[in-house]
Design a protein around this ligand. Structure first.
Ligand SMILES: Cc1cc2nc3c(=O)[nH]c(=O)nc-3n(C[C@H](O)[C@H](O)[C@H](O)COP(=O)(O)OP(=O)(O)OC[C@H]3O[C@@H](n4cnc5c(N)ncnc54)[C@H](O)[C@@H]3O)c2cc1C
Length: 462
């Protein structure tokens, strides 16, 4: 709990309009997209930062007084990574939302942490360049949050995740020190890659105040292929069939029957509701290559039992198919008061076992689940609709979740591909990582943040 004197001191650093004190204002920051009960997570104060110097001064002050600091972008992470389970100060980056530099020859962009991914993508694309990481909610999520979670998305299969597009980071450490990590060049072999340590560290090691991003040439053209299957196993064989055809699609995504039906109930998009599942494949490259790619994908899909294979070249129709896929979370949210989207990954050859297993577990615990996923990566998102305030149902959900994680691990996978650990998956981390590696992480945390003020109580127990 902040004291009156702390608030008085913070007022000397920040403009009055950049501070929120009232309970109803702070309450809005007690949640992210993880559905963790808000009563435990209300911050003591929310501050909007405008400059690096302000960030440094606040952090220095918080460190001296051992006050927790939780950075916040759009608050859309799925694992309780920016809730304030220890109270403290929320650093809101929505006013540090400028694109600072754009260099089309070097193919780089320098941004502040509050820039929304959609703005980065749009500027790049307007100049014939491409920033590929695309979490499904890229129209609202920020680059700061994406760096902290190392976000992925549908295009990870071909293009990788956020970690692959970070050339340098400017960060503020827990004592207010500023550091530039990485030289901004495409390759850099000087010293430890500390910028990569910050990527995915969920705001627990340092605060990102600027990022230099790598861009790549925008593919000239693309086509979307949709195909339906009567069985999940055939669809997962289809995924590997595409790769055997030596095609490297930008995306191989998946929707099961429940997600197709749920999307069609709330956002009718013309998807086929009779089939067990759908694959959504996007190929890209030179216009002259698109027909060869789509024909080979079509061959692989039909040889593995797909029906209704449709090749979509019209840009508006492509966008409407993607909008349907991206609407699956919002549609599932309409089935019950709450929705929890999970994130597991297995080797591609185990996809069928994982998706079927996940359905069986949810059936056993009488839970409504809609499964989507970036199956090119072996990554699936079971979206479970439930009432988190119903204790009995919530207990069924937590039991199901433990079984789903155990299954993922037994199949050679892990419990997060792109959403991170946060608060939500912390209790499972010792089943995934060995004690020596967790201990090494604790030592790194202590080195960067000796007093433990940066996003405390996340990822692993100290
Ligand atoms: C509908 C929906 C679909 C999604 N789809 C995907 C998907 O396909 N792939 C995927 O990977 N994710 C997905 N996500 C998760 C989400 O997109 C990512 O976690 C996201 O990029 C978080 O961005 P944010 O701005 O909301 O960050 P926040 O949720 O605000 O913060 C996330 C973390 O970043 C830290 N943080 C924020 N700013 C900074 C900073 N400047 N310095 C240090 N730490 C900071 C926070 O403390 C927190 O730990 C989805 C979420 C939703 C709601």
């Amino acid at each position: 709990m902040l004291l009156k004197s702390n608030i008085k001191d913070l007022k000397k650093i920040l403009k009055a309009e950049n501070m929120l004190f009232r309970e109803e204002e702070r309450y809005c920051y007690a949640q992210d997209s993880a559905n963790i009960p808000e009563e435990y997570n209300i911050p003591d104060i929310v501050v909007f930062v405008e400059t690096i110097e302000e960030v440094q001064r606040i952090v220095k002050y918080a460190n001296a007084h051992e006050i927790p600091i939780v950075s916040r972008g759009a608050g859309t992470n799925m694992v309780g990574s920016c809730v304030c389970n220890k109270g403290g100060i929320v650093l809101n980056f929505s006013k540090m939302n400028k694109i600072l530099e754009f260099n089309s020859d070097d193919m780089t962009m320098k941004v502040q942490p509050g820039v929304v991914l959609n703005d980065i993508k749009n500027l790049a694309e307007s100049k014939g360049l491409f920033y590929p990481p695309d979490p499904s909610n890229y129209k609202v999520s920020t680059i700061g949050g994406s760096i902290a979670q190392s976000s992925g998305g549908a295009k990870s299969f071909k293009y990788g995740t956020t970690k692959d597009y970070i050339l340098s980071l400017t960060v503020v450490l827990a004592d207010g020190t500023i550091m530039r990590l990485g030289s901004g060049t495409i390759k850099d072999a000087v010293g430890y890659h500390l910028n990569q340590l910050i990527v995915g560290s969920e705001g627990t090691l340092a605060i990102v105040v600027e990022a230099e991003l790598k861009l790549i040439p925008l593919p000239e053209d693309k086509a979307v292929i949709t195909a339906y299957y009567d069985s999940i196993d055939s669809a997962s064989i289809g995924v590997n069939g595409i790769i055997r055809e030596r095609i490297f699609p930008a995306t191989i995504d998946f929707m099961d029957k429940n997600s197709i039906n749920t999307v069609e109930s709330f956002y009718p998009s013309g998807l086929n509701t009779d089939k067990e599942c759908m694959l959504l494949v996007e190929v890209d490259g030179f216009t002259s290559s698109i027909d060869t790619q789509t024909e080979r994908v079509k061959k692989a899909l039909s040889e593995t039992g797909a029906s209704e294979i449709i090749i979509v070249k019209d840009k508006e129709k492509q966008e409407s198919i993607w909008t349907a896929r991206r609407a699956s979370y919002a549609a599932t949210a309409k089935l019950a008061p709450d929705v929890i989207s999970d994130d597991i990954i297995v080797p591609r050859t185990k996809l069928g076992d994982m998706v079927r297993g996940c359905k069986d577990i949810c059936d056993k615990y009488k839970l409504k689940v809609c499964i989507v996923g970036h199956v090119g990566d072996g990554n699936i998102h079971p979206q479970i609709a439930l009432n988190t305030e119903n204790d009995e149902e919530f207990k069924r959900y937590t039991d199901a979740k433990s079984e789903i994680y155990a299954l993922a691990v037994n199949l050679g996978g892990t419990i997060s591909a792109e959403h991170g650990v946060g608060l939500e998956k912390m209790q499972y981390i010792d089943k995934i990582l060995d004690e020596n590696s967790i201990e090494a992480m604790r030592r790194i945390k202590t080195l960067f943040d000796p007093k433990g003020i940066l996003n405390p109580g996340k990822i692993f127990k100290m």
